[in-house]
Each structure stands twice: as structure tokens, then as C-alpha cells.
Ligand binder design. Structure first.
Ligand SMILES: Cc1ncc(COP(=O)(O)O)c(C=O)c1O
Length: 413
């Protein structure tokens, strides 16, 4: 069975029980379900149906080489956010023509790399960046393909830290400025302005702003085409949400129903850049309880061997992740503060969680951590990055071994 499920009360993934895996490989441990990744990719692909579309996997969500390869095998293209991610995409087998390069502050070195490779598009963020790309393309004796990111001034209704489409946010250029830029395209003779790009936020659980952003992007594209622009596609970014708490969220079909009508009327292919939707629910973080203490008043702390170094989302955004014991105890649930081992009060994995009383050495699973989990992990306190395992059809592979202290010191004098 693909995904995470209980088999005789034991948590398993794609046919592999997780407790023995954690005992074998140690914790903290990220485990990914290939079956879930496939199902999520196919659901999204099917939602866009016959309308010409390309799914560029947003590698920022999780750029493990094996996972990027898996995405490629499914038919995805790539959305890279740094020169490092471009290189991972190439090593995973993507052609430069399958890579879009996004980023609000690209360096000269990164731009040179993208231009030399000839990526599908550099998603440019400002007129100043266009000028820099044009100058580099001239020096390199080529023409760079560019998509201009518009800022549609839309409140995506998501957490302020992952909301990117408001006027006051740093991303893109206002629509009227985009139209003026295309009108002045002759000043950048070494650029091909091939698309417009928009991304209004991540984990956007309301499809209305997604639909509004698509309408604004299509309306802008129509104005640009009327002015002589030769657009090849419109890139509507990522933002497809997942359910962290088990409550319903919009389906890929719900998003597509909002995005596609303006694109059909426009008659251009659509590009999307999903990260979280594809990989978030396909990942789980396994951790072990290393201490338990009860304060007077009954507050029970369960201290894990994983915390904000392995999963920063709760500390960074107050994000909620379900926490489950691997082998449930037959005891009445009590409220727990499930915390990490770091010397930071923000190092809380989950507050007020009703769980059967956790004991030292118990294993817990932190759900839906495939996206922005390992990718945002750090070596704070000299903590080695955890190992990562990919499970597929009853077998598992370590796709990244646990870091050692020698790895950590390898670059130091
Ligand atoms: C430009 C851009 N595209 C795509 C994504 C991926 O978003 P998500 O993981 O919500 O699909 C992001 C993430 O913030 C982004 O900034």
C-alpha cells in the first residue's frame, strides 16, 4: 500500500514498518514514500488535463538528488532557486531547457551560470535585474530567455512569512511597471522576454486568490501580446496546499478549475511550480523521546532527539505538524509539550498535544514533513544532518547518509 498507514497498529510506509527502520538507522530520520510522490504528481498532472502545461517541481521544498530524479522520471521539469539547485537538477538528469531559475536576489555568478547553460527562463524580479542579465548575455555572446515576475498585489491569506503577492512584499514588479518594461524591451537586445511569472504565496488554502492571480496574469499577458510581446507561456508559480491537520483542503482539481479558465481564454500553455503539494505529505520525520518531565500543575514535556535543527517550521512559522507515537500505548491521552533538544524556548515541535503518556525511548513520527523539512535543516550546535530514506514498493534505500562530525569539520582548518 502506498503512503503512511497503520498495519496491525504499527506505522508503516509503502510496505515497510517504520519502528525497525528507526532502530536500524537511528533517529532523527526522514522517510519518504515514493508511492505518495507518484500519486500526488499524477493527481496534479491530471487536474490540468488536456490544457498544455508543465509541472516544474520547486526544488526548494526538498532537493535530495534521489527525489529530484524521481520527479524527473514522473515527467516533471524543475524550478531551481539557486545555482546549487540548478546543479542538482542537472545531476538529476534535467536538460537546461527544463529548468526555470527563480530567486529574488540572484548573484552575478548564478546569472552567468544560468545564461551560459541556456535555461528555459530566468524568472526576473526587476528592471535592474533585466539590465544586468542583458549585459551578461552580451558579454557571453548570447541571448537570455527571461520571464518577468509580476506582483499582482493579492493577499493570498496565508502566513505572512510565506505570502509573496502583496504590493509591500519584495517580489516582482507591479503590473503597470511590467507593461512599461515590455514596452521598452528594445533597451535589452540580448534578452528574449518569453513569459510572465507570478507566485502569490505558499500553502494557499483559499482558491479565490489563486484564481484572481491567474486572471491578473492572463490579463497582463493579453496587454503585452497586444503590444507585440511574443509570450510562450504563463508561469503561475506554486502554492498548492496540503492538509497538516487532517481537515479538508482544496484538491488539485479545485485549483485547476480557478487557474485554467483565464489560461484557456488566453490560449497559452501554463507552467506551475509546486513544491509542498508533491513532497510534503510524502515525508515523515522519525524521532525518539530522550527525556520526559512533568511540572507541578501537570505540564508534561517530552523532549525529542529532533528539534528546530531538523524541522524549523514550527519555530519559524508556528506551523502545525501531527505527532504520533509509532507504537501506540493503551493508555488515556494526556497533554504534552513535545519539544526539541535545543537551548531555545522556541524549539517546540508541538504544543498541547493529547498523546498516550510518552516515555523515554519511545519513537514518534512527525507527519507531513517532506517539504521545507530537511531542506531547511541546519548544523546549529554542531548537530549532524539526519539520514534520509526513500521507501518504494516494500523496499527502502538510504538516499542520504547521516552526517558525521568528520563531515562537519571537513572544510575547516
Ligand atoms: C517562486 C516560487 N515558486 C514556487 C514555490 C513553491 O511553493 P509551494 O511549495 O508552496 O508549492 C515557491 C515557494 O515559496 C516560490 O517562491
Amino acid at each position: 500500500m502506498p503512503g503512511f498507514y497503520r498495519d496491525d497498529h504499527q506505522l508503516a510506509c509503502d510496505g515497510v514498518p517504520l519502528a525497525p527502520l528507526a532502530a536500524d538507522l537511528g533517529t532523527p530520520l526522514y522517510v519518504y514514500s515514493a508511492g505518495t510522490i507518484r500519486a500526488n504528481y499524477q493527481a496534479l498532472d491530471a487536474a490540468f488535463g488536456a490544457h498544455p502545461h508543465a509541472i516544474h517541481y520547486a526544488m526548494k521544498a526538498n532537493s535530495a538528488l534521489a527525489l529530484v530524479r524521481l520527479m524527473r522520471g514522473l515527467g516533471a521539469a524543475a524550478d531551481a532557486n539557486s545555482a546549487g539547485e540548478i546543479d542538482v537538477a542537472l545531476r538529476a538528469g534535467f536538460e537546461p531547457s527544463q529548468i526555470v531559475f527563480t530567486g529574488v536576489g540572484k548573484t552575478r555568478v548564478e546569472l552567468e551560470r544560468a545564461i551560459t547553460l541556456g535555461v528555459k527562463a530566468i524568472n526576473a524580479e526587476s528592471a535592474g535585474e533585466l539590465t544586468r542579465i542583458d549585459a551578461l548575455a552580451r558579454q557571453l555572446g548570447t541571448r537570455a530567455r527571461v520571464a518577468l515576475r509580476i506582483n499582482p498585489d493579492i493577499d493570498a491569506g496565508t502566513h505572512p512569512h510565506i505570502s509573496t503577492g502583496r504590493h509591500e512584499n519584495k517580489f516582482g514588479v507591479p503590473v503597470d511597471e511590467a507593461v512599461a518594461i515590455f514596452g521598452a524591451a528594445a533597451q535589452w537586445p540580448h534578452l528574449s522576454l518569453v513569459a510572465i511569472h507570478s507566485h502569490v504565496g505558499s500553502q494557499v488554502t483559499d482558491t479565490t486568490p489563486i484564481g484572481r492571480a491567474a486572471e491578473i496574469a492572463a490579463g497582463t499577458a493579453r496587454r503585452l501580446i497586444a503590444g507585440g510581446a511574443r509570450l510562450e507561456y504563463v508561469d503561475l508559480g506554486g502554492g498548492f496546499s496540503i492538509s497538516y491537520d487532517g481537515l479538508p483542503v482544496p484538491t488539485p482539481a479545485d485549483y485547476a478549475a480557478r487557474m485554467l479558465p483565464p489560461m484557456r481564454a488566453l490560449g497559452l500553455p501554463v507552467v506551475v511550480e509546486p513544491g509542498r503539494f508533491l513532497i510534503g505529505p510524502a515525508g515523515i520525520l522519525l524521532a525518539r523521546v530522550v527525556d520526559v518531565k512533568t511540572r507541578s500543575g501537570g505540564r508534561r514535556f517530552a523532549v525529542l532527539d529532533a528539534g528546530m535543527t531538523e524541522l524549523i517550521r514550527p519555530a519559524l512559522y508556528g506551523a502545525f505538524h501531527r505527532i504520533e507515537p509509532l507504537q501506540p500505548r493503551d493508555a488515556a491521552p494526556v497533554l504534552h509539550e513535545v519539544v526539541g533538544p535545543l537551548c531555545e524556548s522556541s524549539d517546540v515541535v508541538g504544543s498541547d498535544r493529547a498523546l498516550p503518556p510518552l516515555e523515554v525511548d519511545d519513537l514518534v513520527a512527525i507527519r507531513d514533513t517532506g517539504a521545507y523539512g530537511f531542506a531547511m535543516a541546519s548544523n546549529y550546535l554542531r548537530r549532524p544532518l539526519p539520514a534520509e530514506v526513500l521507501v518504494d514498493g516494500g523496499t527502502w534505500h538510504v538516499i542520504r547518509r547521516r552526517q558525521t562530525i568528520d563531515d562537519l569539520l571537513a572544510l575547516e582548518e
